[in-house]
Design a protein around this ligand. Structure first.
Ligand code: HPA
Length: 276
């Protein structure tokens, strides 16, 4: 089925439950899922209720859209995202972000867990995405261009909005949260990288590595939305950290960082509301 048709069908399904028009779309990465439980909720729409919408198979990644308010700001949260490594076509992987933009979101805030490559980072750090590198994940815009969404050859010189990055920095400062800034690289996963791959990625200029976000950022940018990304560095990447990596370790580190991460997201969204 045509991608735009699929999206508009999904939107119709969402609209059976709510006509809420969010200003900000938030994708909740590992460990952050329950952020959505703490907002002033208006409506929850389970992905299962949306025909054709992909559902995550990863433990710890629930699946629903949560609509509500952070301060006065109308938000929609994606509680659980699907990853390319789960076997979905890339057009399904980005469907959630595209759908939230079609619901009305003008700003997209992407979060994730990553492995630190930059040797000045340590587990538990936060990193604002300054730029990205896509490595082996297919470009989500491959195929006939969806003209209703954006142009065939979108510019990617400024994917991560300068003002939003400043807001993230100001919010972190107010909260006394130490925050880094750097280049995030998306690989496909699901295996963690080898030490030699991490050396390669370091040479390429990457500061942190993960298995999501870049494809979503490309699509939000294609649709002309303002994008920000924040990563929780949950471990140091393979070879830098001497112990083997496990998903449990990543989740435990993400859970530990969650209270600070949530405060940072809340303050950032409040500040986005004050913008204009
Ligand atoms: N590599 C890839 N993805 C990740 C990592 C990592 O080290 N940590 C958390 N997500």
């Amino acid at each position: 089925m045509d991608i735009y048709e699929k999206l508009t069908d999904c939107l119709k399904d969402v609209r059976r439950f709510t006509d809420f028009e969010p200003q900000v779309a938030l994708v909740l990465g590992s460990g952050l899922g329950d952020y959505a439980d703490g907002i002033k909720q208006e409506c929850v729409v389970d992905y299962k209720e949306i025909k054709g919408f992909p559902i995550s198979t990863v433990p710890g990644h629930a699946g629903c859209f949560v609509f509500g308010y952070v301060g006065d700001v109308k938000v929609v949260c994606m509680k659980g995202r699907v990853h390319y490594y789960e076997g979905y076509p890339i057009s399904d992987v980005v469907m959630g972000v595209r759908l939230m933009c079609l619901m009305g979101a003008k700003t997209v805030l992407l979060t994730n867990a990553s492995g630190g490559i930059n040797s000045s980072f340590k587990a538990g750090d936060f990193m604002i995405l300054k730029d990205h590198i896509s490595c082996f994940a297919p470009n989500p815009l491959i195929g006939p261009n969806v003209e209703q969404l954006g142009t065939r050859f979108p510019d990617m010189s400024h994917v991560y909005d300068e003002d939003l990055r400043q807001i993230l920095k100001d919010s972190a400062k107010e909260l006394s949260v130490d925050i880094k800034e750097g280049v995030y690289v998306q690989l496909t996963g699901p295996s963690f990288e080898s030490p030699a791959e991490i050396q390669m990625l370091k040479t390429l200029g990457a500061d942190a590595v993960g298995m999501s976000t870049v494809v979503e950022a490309i699509c939000a940018n294609h649709m002309g939305r303002k994008v920000a990304g924040v990563s929780c560095v949950c471990n140091m990447a393979a070879g830098i950290q001497k112990t083997p990596l496990t998903h449990d370790e990543v989740q435990a580190a993400a859970a530990e960082a969650a209270p600070k991460f949530k405060a940072l997201i809340t303050r950032t969204i409040e500040k986005i509301g004050e913008m204009k």
